[in-house]
Design a protein around this ligand. Structure first.
Ligand SMILES: [Zn+2]
Length: 310
């Protein structure tokens, strides 16, 4: 069997032809149009092109979309980024392609992709944590995608890890996201640059505007004192947040994706040490494994494609 998965994003709309085992044989991407009609047209065009390359066995289209989704009727109830409210995207794609459509939240699709053919292959529960502009999450628990009543993502970015801490865009204070998103890491690095005019961060980034996660971790590895302070604090908060999540979900695997995860073991091994000393189940034989996500941006396409596979 072959499947078509669509990863609808705020910037690009990507589509792929996916096999049973979760491999992408063909992939394409276009900038996401701004209106529902144009989005449905762009997806239908992707589908037409991929169907021509398929073996004729495609039975439905899987779509991962940001926002709150009602998979029962294929409606995007709310997507702030593009200002979509109650958009019946499922029906609009069905009308254009003649194929049934399954829609689910994009972070949930990415978690399902990692579960089926990435970091969670062969396990029963996986938690996917994305460290990007915000901190996002998705969960597959006991083999089933968990989405909650609103089919939004798991809003793990808004777990408070520092009571009355840094203000967050959601209105709370001390959220996980205010400490562990790439945005927060970069903000702290910029503050450190102001305090340390001789920091290596200046040399590596060239300017405060050009700082990114990679630069911060490169300076950390070179033992630049300003970067060491920023990264050690970042890791300490990340260890706190991940340990909270492990205590709640007790998953087989926690996979870390998103821009900051590019730091690999430099990031993961100290977080693992925190988990090893603080995880409530640390005395048990079975322990949650902390690993890097394996599929990168493909996770969303693969998860969406396999939404209809039990
Ligand atoms: Zn928040």
């Amino acid at each position: 069997m072959m499947y078509i998965g669509i990863d609808l994003g705020g910037i690009n709309t990507a589509a792929g032809l996916v096999s049973d085992s979760g491999e992408i044989s063909s992939k394409r991407s276009v900038p996401t149009p701004r209106t529902p009609e144009a989005v449905a047209d762009a997806i239908a065009e992707h589908v037409k092109n991929l169907l021509e390359l398929s073996d004729g066995s495609v039975k439905y289209i899987g779509v991962g979309s940001p926002g709150a989704i009602d998979p029962g009727n294929g409606v995007i109830e709310y997507w702030a980024n593009l200002g979509f409210n109650n958009v019946p995207l499922g029906r609009m794609i069905e009308e254009r392609t003649g194929l049934p459509v399954i829609i689910e939240n994009d972070a949930a699709c990415a978690a399902l992709g990692e579960f089926r053919s990435g970091a969670g292959k062969g396990v029963s529960s996986l938690l996917a944590v994305t460290l990007g502009t915000g901190v996002g999450g998705g969960a597959v628990l006991d083999g089933k995608l968990y989405t909650g009543i609103n089919h939004a993502s798991l809003e793990i970015g808004h777990l408070v890890i520092e009571h009355n801490g840094r203000p967050c865009t959601c209105g709370r204070k001390g959220c996980f996201e205010a400490y562990c998103s790439a945005t927060a890491l970069i903000k702290e690095a910029r503050k450190a640059m102001d305090l340390c005019p001789d920091s290596l961060l200046w040399k590596l980034a060239g300017s405060k505007e050009n700082v990114n996660g990679k630069v911060v971790f490169d300076a950390f590895e070179a033992e630049d004192p300003a970067a060491v302070k920023v990264v050690e604090e970042y890791i300490s908060y990340l260890g706190c947040g991940i340990t909270n999540l492990v205590n709640v979900f007790q998953p087989d695997v926690v996979c870390i994706g998103g821009g900051v995860s590019g730091a690999g073991e430099t990031l993961l091994s100290p977080v693992r040490r925190i988990l090893d000393s603080e995880d409530y189940a640390r005395g048990c034989k079975k322990r949650a494994r902390l690993v890097q996500a394996e599929l990168g941006n493909d996770a969303g396409i693969i998860g969406a494609a396999l939404l209809g596979v039990n």
